[in-house]
Design a protein around this ligand. Structure first.
Ligand code: PGA
Length: 253
């Protein structure tokens, strides 16, 4: 298989210790008992406060642990930030970078995302680099231009299929229940892969996984994940219920 699908949960700013532990344990048990990771890779990205206990709950299940952001520095005077070295130390293998909520809420630019991704690689973390257009950009017919520019600027030159996953998440589809059509998604994914080929070479671009994210649910997962250039999903709301998350996986793995 050229690209093993990745089913990734982004819990965002949700979960206290008890529910986070239970959710992680239920996901781990489902993936393990049904050997779902024979066909798909799995990733769970809880908030920083739950990384440690979720990491414990996931041990031995084949579900990877990831964080939702990281600073680019290894340590130092950056109040409130967490470094990639710290994330690696606590058992993370992935970090989500450049999610549209970070771009919108914290003014993160693509240049900053690229800097963070390069730092993540140095610490041995894989980066899930997020891109996607706003509704205004889509309505203005700029979707492909925006996504291609975000790839050019957010993906470091050192990116390869081992250290990088790209997630295409139309901003207007996140948490709204609205989605693009499968044809629209495939069009963007193909353009993203082409942009990756321009930047990194065709060989690497052919191997990098490009996830779709934005209102993925058990009922629509197959529509997106059966597309040629869609190599998995980044799931927000539906990753907060173990059965929904597992049912997405069952539909495609
Ligand atoms: P959603 O979020 O599945 O709740 O739309 C996806 C994401 O933001 O990663």
């Amino acid at each position: 298989m050229l690209r093993k699908k990745l089913i990734a949960g982004n819990w965002k700013m949700n979960g206290l210790v008890r529910e986070g532990t239970e959710l992680a344990a239920a996901v781990a048990a489902g993936v393990k008992s049904e050997s779902l990771n024979d066909k798909c890779d799995f990733l769970v990205c809880p908030p920083f406060t739950l990384l440690s206990i979720v990491g414990e709950a996931l041990k031995g299940s084949g579900v990877a642990l990831g964080a939702q952001d990281a600073h680019f520095a290894e340590k130092g005077a950056h109040t409130g930030d967490v470094s990639p070295v710290m994330l690696k130390d606590i058992g993370c293998s992935y970090v989500i970078l450049g999610h549209s909520e970070r771009r919108a809420d914290h003014g993160e630019t693509s240049a900053l995302v690229a800097k963070k991704a390069a730092a993540a690689y140095k610490s041995g973390l894989k980066a899930v680099i997020c891109i996607g257009e706003t509704l205004a950009e889509r309505e203005a017919g700029k979707t492909l231009d925006v996504c291609v520019a975000q790839i050019e600027e957010s993906v470091p030159a050192e990116a390869d299929a081992d250290n990088t996953v790209v997630a295409y998440e139309p901003v207007w589809a996140i948490g709204t229940g609205k989605t693009p059509t499968p044809a629209d998604v495939e069009e963007v994914h193909a353009a993203v892969r082409n942009a990756l080929a321009q930047k990194l070479g065709q060989d690497i671009a052919d191997k990098i996984r490009i996830l779709y994210g934005g209102s993925v649910k058990p009922g629509n997962a197959k529509d997106f994940l059966s597309l040629a250039d869609v190599d998995g999903a980044l799931i927000g709301g539906a990753s907060l219920k173990a059965e929904d998350f597992l049912n997405i996986a069952r539909a495609v793995c």
